[in-house]
Design a protein around this ligand. Sequence first.
Ligand SMILES: [Zn+2]
Length: 331
Amino acid sequence: MRAAVFPAPGLENLKIEDVPVPRPGPGEVLIRVAYVGVNPLDYNVVAGAVKASPMPHIPGSEFAGVVEEVGPGVSSPQRGDAVVVYNRLYCGHCRYCLSGETQMCEITGGAIIGVSTQGAMAEYAVAPAKNVEPTRADLRDAATLPIGALTAFNMARRASIRPGERVAVVGATGNVGTYLIQFAKLLGGEVYAVTRRKERAGSVLRALGADHVVAPEEAREAAPFDVVLDPTGAGSWELSFSLLGRGGRYVTAGALTGSEVRLDLRRLYGMQISVIGATGGTRGDFRLVVRLLEASKIKAAIHGVYPLADVKRALEELRSADRVGKILVAP
Ligand SMILES: [Zn+2]
């Protein structure tokens, strides 16, 4: 099969090669990949900022496709089923898995398909059957769910948004941000999408449900907010923390723009602010997210689709100033 492979870290090392089709082991399925989402995670994996194994490595942690073959002991899904893949490996029996928080699994350490295993930027990929969710949604849209939508869902859940609350989404045009707008809206929030690219992205963000699309300086004027959802990292910490009002909740899920911040404890306790972390999402919430897409309660914002041969261009396009939503590769 054709696959995007790198033998050593570095974007320059990423090549399209012919490699053997993987075999599904016990409890696993082989999936013919239809679409794979391109995320900052992939960029970090290829660049070496996130350590991948085994090497040489195939990246790709967010994908949808059709079951081609099932391994020993698998009764569901079946060959021919259209599926989308929950990408956190989980044991199913540690205390975190038993409480439903599968992304916190202490046995796997929250390992991710495509980072700790071979990924899906290839014609075929293997995944545990229990990670695979059958779907009747368009596979192109479904491929945006495992990282983008699920991370946003978990952030919104942990923010405990109540109807009528004022919610700021920082990094609104990104893979996660475009879904944060939708979940905050579904939960009844008054949603401010914060972006430096108001003119270019405004109509798309409004169509996703944003009540207001504002530049960072306008967000400061519109403060205070009950909730600030910011998946981007330290680069916007000062802005995001300053937007919070009394009892405000800040939720983070990524450190793309840096991971170290300064925190004024007096403001934190004096205003009873909560700083909340979120990583990925649960296996159970993943099923809910798939059902929401099937019911058209949420929609995928797709920036572009590239053939596998153009995977490098797809990775570089992540940094494009024009991007709103997801870039996909179609093997
Ligand atoms: Zn576990």
